[in-house]
Ligand binder design. Structure first.
Ligand SMILES: Nc1nc2c(c(=O)[nH]1)N[C@@H](CN(C=O)c1ccc(C(=O)N[C@@H](CCC(=O)O)C(=O)O)cc1)CN2
Length: 289
């Protein structure tokens, strides 16, 4: 039985990091600028802690200055907004990121709106979202940006293909469906109220799954030869990480598939570095846009 080609996000992320080195050097030599990223984590969610630690490590690896600001779960929203105001004014930081999810008493919307769009390296601010939708230069949200980059680096053409996205979150499903459409795919966006999900997903040349539920996609959902991008990160009862796709069953049907772990996650982190370097280049007047 043939097996799908693995899209190795871990090694692609290493490539992205290597490519950033020359841009970071140029910033330093031509403008005396070292890119900087401030990451705010509110509370002690163990998964968020792992992601933020990884982001800080990535920054260190490529030579980006970073600061990890830890705030207690009970931290008042007003105080978080003041921290953002301070970072908005601090020229050492070109990017500001507030790790999501936030505790229930804090409005993610108010927090995201408070970050200056030119420092919004998560690409979540409405100004960046709006620019992305109309195809203007903007910070793209890191997971959708990473997915598009994985397709490009795998030599998978998108134009004219039928892409089906499962999940309509603001972070992944909605933006990736827009980016795929801008790359000339015909896009179907499925969600929790979609009737007969398999009837849609079986028509996908490119299937992107971002639901957050283990094994929602099995072999019966996949067209032979499809490209399958699994965004889900779920933990099994035994503590193992697994995606939204039944990897073992689907890999014999698909032409390409992303693993979990080691697929979309590492590329999400890599694109955050790209956005941070881009933010620094913009302030230094280097590069395009
Ligand atoms: N402010 C933001 N918050 C959140 C985002 C985001 O883009 N910005 N996305 C997700 C979490 N996320 C980034 O923050 C993220 C998730 C997973 C990974 C990753 O590398 N996963 C590894 C496995 C890591 C593990 O051991 O758990 C993999 O898939 O190989 C990176 C980033 C929600 N919040």
């Amino acid at each position: 039985m043939s097996s799908a080609q693995l899209i190795d996000g871990k090694s692609m992320a290493q490539d992205v990091k290597r490519e950033l080195a020359s841009r970071i050097k140029r910033l330093e030599s031509e403008a005396g600028v070292r890119p900087g990223l401030a990451v705010i984590l509110v509370g002690d969610d163990p998964a968020s802690e792992v992601y933020v630690r990884g982001k800080i490590r990535d920054c260190r690896d490529v030579g980006i200055r970073s600061e990890w600001i830890r705030l207690p779960d009970s931290n008042p929203e007003e105080d978080l907004l003041r921290q953002i105001d301070r970072l908005n004014e601090d020229p050492r930081f070109h990017g500001i990121l507030v790790q999501l999810p936030l505790p229930r008493h804090i409005s993610a919307e108010r927090v995201i709106h408070r970050i200056r769009p030119e420092k919004d390296v998560d690409g979540f601010h409405p100004i960046n979202v709006g620019k992305m939708v109309i195809g203007q230069e903007a910070f793209l949200p890191c997971t959708p940006y990473g997915i598009m980059e994985m397709l490009r680096r795998s030599g998978i053409s998108v134009a004219g293909k039928h892409a089906v996205v499962v999940g309509r979150s603001n972070i992944v499903g909605k933006p990736v469906s827009i980016l795929l459409q801008q790359a000339d795919a015909t896009v179907t966006l499925c969600h929790s109220k979609t009737r007969d999900l398999a009837a849609h997903t079986r028509r996908a040349d490119i299937l992107v799954v971002a639901v957050g539920k283990a094994r929602v996609i099995g072999p019966e959902h996949v067209k032979p030869g499809a490209v399958v991008i699994d965004v889900g990160i779920n933990r099994t009862e035994e503590g193992r990480l697994t995606g939204d796709v039944d990897f073992e069953a689907v890999r014999s049907i698909a032409s390409h598939i992303t693993p979990v772990p080691g697929g979309v996650g590492p590329m999400t982190r890599a694109m955050l570095l790209v956005n941070t370097v881009r933010a620094a280049e913009r302030t230094a007047g280097i590069g395009q846009g």
